[in-house]
Design a protein around this ligand. Structure first.
Ligand code: ATR
Length: 276
């Protein structure tokens, strides 16, 4: 029986076991996917002991993604671009790491906003953490040539722009307000809107109709940002799709089957998010 897990600190709230458990069952794979709470001080040792502990690999979540990246023997370009890894597997005795957030976001964007075009105009990223980096990387790979990053802490936005080159520009946080008027894609990667708290303060009154608005927050599924975007007739891309799609590559590596993100899986996870 093949075994994988998700590690983090804390780990109780992770939905990954639900997603992978659903696929194990659906594809009749003899495997197991569990949650393991791993303290940051123990993370490197846990990863180097994966094989001895009978694991084929693991997902990695907050706050261990940077540690996993550094601890790996081999890193894919997706992890190098972000400086963090969320998916780990073993190959010829080596601990290999990648970052599937880029794949997850871009796949969901393509499915949910098929009319969005990379050449249509500037993309705006709100936030400058690991998720922002993964998405900037994906947009650059897709050929977007103007990406504007707004972040509360200006230095972090500037550092991101420096790392990703001249197609990425950092602007002051306060200047984000009229982004809907000139951006063709807006992505919230901050925690604003999580559990209904906070407001991004964007002005949608003169929003361009072709502007696509995405949020990586998925609790609630319809964030304040997405609700406002929809009310103004814009295409809204929720955060749950990224969570589901980012899980695909890991499952395939550990269990040997490429799983599908279906409406039924989505419905199961939404039911869990909403609760009894
Ligand atoms: P991740 O790696 O998951 O993207 P992170 O590194 O914790 O997460 O980033 C969280 C993002 O939300 C950051 O851009 C953070 O801004 P700072 O860099 O200034 O901390 C942003 N953020 C969180 N709370 C915020 C708030 N109240 N107002 C504006 N930005 C906020």
């Amino acid at each position: 029986m093949k075994r994988a897990c998700v590690i983090g600190w804390p780990i109780e709230h992770s939905r990954s076991p639900l997603i992978h458990g659903y696929w194990l069952n659906k594809y009749g794979v003899s495997g197991e996917y569990t949650k393991v709470a791993v303290h940051p001080d123990e993370a490197a040792a846990f990863l180097s002991g994966l094989a001895d502990n009978g694991f084929a690999g693991c997902n990695v979540t907050v706050p261990l993604k940077e540690i996993a990246y550094k601890a790996a023997d081999r890193r894919l370009p997706s992890a190098d671009a972000v400086g963090a890894a969320n998916t780990v597997w073993l190959e010829n005795g080596q601990v290999c790491a990648e970052n599937t957030d880029t794949y997850g976001f871009m796949t969901h964007l393509a499915q949910s906003a098929p009319d969005w075009q990379k050449g249509s105009g500037p993309a705006v990223i709100l936030g400058a953490g690991g998720a922002a980096r993964a998405i900037v990387h994906g947009l650059q790979e897709a050929g977007v040539d103007h990406i504007v990053v707004f972040n509360r802490t200006a230095e972090r936005a500037k550092a991101l722009a420096r790392d990703f080159g001249s197609s990425v520009e950092a602007r002051e946080w306060d200047a984000r307000v009229d982004a809907p008027a000139w951006a063709r894609l807006i992505v919230n990667t901050t925690t604003i809107g999580m559990k209904g708290e906070g407001d991004l303060g964007l002005d949608f009154k003169s929003a361009a109709k072709s502007c696509v608005v995405a949020d990586i927050v998925y609790v609630p599924l319809e964030t304040g940002l997405l609700k406002t975007a929809r009310e103004h007739g814009l295409t809204a891309v929720d955060g749950l799709g990224m969570l589901l799609h980012q899980a695909v590559p890991g499952f395939e590596r550990w269990f040997g089957v490429r799983p599908e993100v279906t409406d039924d899986l989505r419905a199961r996870i939404i039911a869990d998010l909403v609760g009894p």
